[in-house]
Design a protein around this ligand. Structure first.
Ligand SMILES: [Zn+2]
Length: 251
């Protein structure tokens, strides 16, 4: 996730103000009679004080939601583009064919040559987009440290399995009770080592939260007014005072 502080602050503020209005529906900005509104569109959140075009009233701010790419799908799309897979009805679309050498060897129309060059550029673009996607994904998910953890687990498992086989073989071959006792101790130590060193690493791996989305466009905020910061509650109409019953006795 990108470090977009302004967007995050505005998002928190939006929900905070929305909750305030939910628990206090009569809340409005100073000088307004209308209730505040919190409008959610698919890509935008709009906070308006409810009135329109009245001086500083109206839309207070607009939050544009970030755009995300779902990595597995995007990776597949780019890979298909690079490998030239898929089908299109467009006869001018030659992006799936590697014809760069062909147009240098034989003569083709200028139009066809241009299409091939364009397609070649497109495939190169897909390649660089895929590299960027992978590095973004790894940076976001601590890819390097996760890969290191997987290597560690695999190394410990392999070493322990080799040692175990070696000890088993030695135990079968020896008749010396002292050596047999020593080998049994080493064998048990291997299990202790797995419990103390290996299992926490495996648990650490399964505890990693993997996020398959990467941001392709950061969220943003457009602030138009700050009228909402001056919020008032409408005054309740006072009930007419009951007349005091005439005092009968002075105290
Ligand atoms: Zn207002």
């Amino acid at each position: 996730m990108s470090d977009n502080t302004q967007y995050k602050d505005a998002l928190i503020d939006f929900h905070k103000e929305r909750l305030l209005s939910l628990s206090n529906p009569s809340l409005h900005c100073e000088g307004c009679k209308n209730p505040r509104q919190f409008i959610s569109h698919q890509d935008k959140l709009i906070f308006t004080c409810g009135s329109q075009g009245n001086g500083k009233c109206g839309v207070q701010y607009e939050i544009t939601i970030p755009q995300y790419n779902y990595v597995p799908l995007e990776y597949k799309r780019l890979s298909q583009c690079i490998r030239g897979e898929g089908y299109t009805d467009d006869i001018d679309d030659v992006s799936r064919y590697g014809l760069e050498t062909t147009i240098q060897t034989y003569e083709f129309s200028k139009h066809f040559q241009d299409s091939v060059k364009e397609a070649s550029e497109y495939r190169k673009q897909c390649e660089s987009d895929r590299t960027k996607l992978v590095s973004q994904y790894q940076a976001h998910n601590n890819g390097e440290s996760r890969i290191q953890k997987i290597h560690d687990v695999s190394r410990i498992r392999h070493t322990n399995a080799t040692k175990r086989l070696k000890i088993q073989k030695q135990m079968k071959e020896t008749d010396d009770p002292m050596q047999l006792s020593q080998l049994r101790k080493e064998y048990v130590d291997l299990f202790v080592n797995e419990r103390e060193e290996l299992f926490p690493k495996i648990q650490g791996l399964s505890g990693d939260v993997i996020d398959d989305y990467v941001v392709i466009k950061d969220g943003s905020v457009k602030r138009l007014n700050t009228t909402y910061t001056q919020t008032t509650k409408p005054k309740k109409k006072r009930k007419p005072r009951k007349k005091k019953p005439p005092a009968t006795e002075e105290s």
